[in-house]
Design a protein around this ligand. Structure first.
Ligand code: S3P
Length: 184
């Protein structure tokens, strides 16, 4: 029937900039696949006992990145799991490219303009953009720097102007058709 589950990868990993919809898309994808959903930032907050912005403010970005790296390593690639990472996780050089082929990596693309607009209207506070007087130019700079790392993902999906259900359908169609969305 074209949806042979044996074609599916073992797990999905969503990467991309803040405001690209990784958590929302990931939750719905997991529901559709009847897989487990893991949000990396939620895991970090649970373990730290405080919010991401509190970690940044009280312990610094470096401490946050250390926890993110450690917990990310624990959860990435878990079987039948959709992992929504934070925007900085997939921005580390080599991290996406070096994942095993059993992990299908998906870059949710968003323009800096739309990202800033979504972030302004949505929780949680993003410490990297909230502390600047010009979030748009900061987002542009950050995205330019991160793009080469996000590009290593096996599937690139544009989220601009699209409903969550549309983005999820595109990803499901792609992985069910046997495209293994792995880094090339
Ligand atoms: C960050 C993105 C955030 C969160 C933290 C740092 C980043 O996650 O991990 O504020 O470096 O891009 P989202 O991408 O879910 O907003």
């Amino acid at each position: 029937m074209g949806s042979d589950r044996s074609d599916l990868p073992e797990s999905l990993c969503l990467v991309g900039f803040m405001g690209s919809g990784k958590s929302t898309v990931g939750r719905l994808l997991a529901e559709r696949l009847q897989w487990t959903f893991i949000d990396l930032d939620d895991r970090i907050e649970t373990e730290a006992g405080k919010s991401v912005s509190e970690i940044f403010a009280e312990d610094g970005e470096r401490a946050f990145r250390e926890i993110e790296t450690r917990i990310g390593r624990e959860v990435v690639g878990r079987e039948h799991t959709v992992l929504a990472t934070g925007g900085g996780w997939g921005a580390v050089p080599g991290r996406v490219a070096e994942l095993p082929a059993t992990v299908a990596t998906i870059w949710l693309q968003v323009s800096p303009e739309l990202a800033v607009d979504r972030i302004r209207r949505q929780a949680p506070v993003r410490p990297l953009l909230s502390g600047t007087s010009d979030p748009l130019s900061e987002a542009r700079k950050l995205l330019d720097k991160r793009r080469p790392q996000y590009e290593a993902a096996g599937l690139h999906v544009n989220t601009s102007g699209r409903e969550v259900t549309e983005v999820v359908s595109e990803i499901l169609k792609h992985i069910r058709s046997g495209h293994r969305t792995r880094p090339s």
